[in-house]
Design a protein around this ligand. Structure first.
Ligand code: PNS
Length: 167
């Protein structure tokens, strides 16, 4: 059984992430979406770890071979723990590639874990959790970019309320 780990902060999960999970789930028999700790973003998370895990569980419910978990420490140690030989990452642009490649090299050098890059669907090549949060916080329409229940949570967390609702 080939297991792959899809790591990230997922604050919150977007349709771009979901597209990558779905495609990873077609190539691997078991996919673990793992929420990791990124110190550079730690103080800026809109949703708690528990909230992000619950969002991911709900958003991936339809995928039979996708699980949701969290990890702290090195991703390679987590991969060893769950028996994964591959990490799957989505690439939106050359900028993502420049950021991801040294980590992929380091992870391979340390434990021979492979990083499999999937080119993001062009439809989502501009999409990021940060942009979605910014648009939501200013009252813009994010319905195309995240599942409806995440949009509701974003509007209420950023103080925008739901569309048409008085606040
Ligand atoms: O979505 P993000 O914020 O880019 O996710 C980053 C995360 C948490 C997946 C990444 O920072 C990570 O894997 N951290 C674990 C620590 C680690 O293994 N660092 C060395 C990488 S070579």
């Amino acid at each position: 059984m080939a297991t792959a780990v899809c790591p990230g902060s997922f604050d919150p999960v977007t349709n771009g992430h979901l597209d990558i999970f779905a495609r990873a789930a077609r190539s691997f028999s078991r996919v673990i979406v793992a929420v990791g700790f990124n110190p550079t973003k730690a103080n800026r998370h809109l949703f708690t770890l528990e909230e992000r895990l619950e969002q991911l569980r709900q958003a991936t419910r339809e995928f039979a071979n996708v699980e949701v978990d969290s990890f702290s420490g090195l991703i390679i140690d987590y991969c060893a723990e769950v028996g994964a030989r591959s990490i799957v990452k989505g690439l939106r642009s050359a900028k993502d590639f420049d950021y991801e490649l040294p980590m992929a090299h380091m992870n391979y050098e340390l434990t021979q874990v492979d990083t499999v890059f999937l080119a993001t669907s062009p439809r989502w090549s501009f999409l990021s959790s940060s942009l979605v949060k910014e648009v939501a916080s200013l009252g813009g329409d994010i319905s195309e970019f995240v599942p409806p229940f995440i949009a509701d949570q974003l509007y209420s967390r950023t103080g925008q309320g739901l569309e048409g609702e008085e606040s």
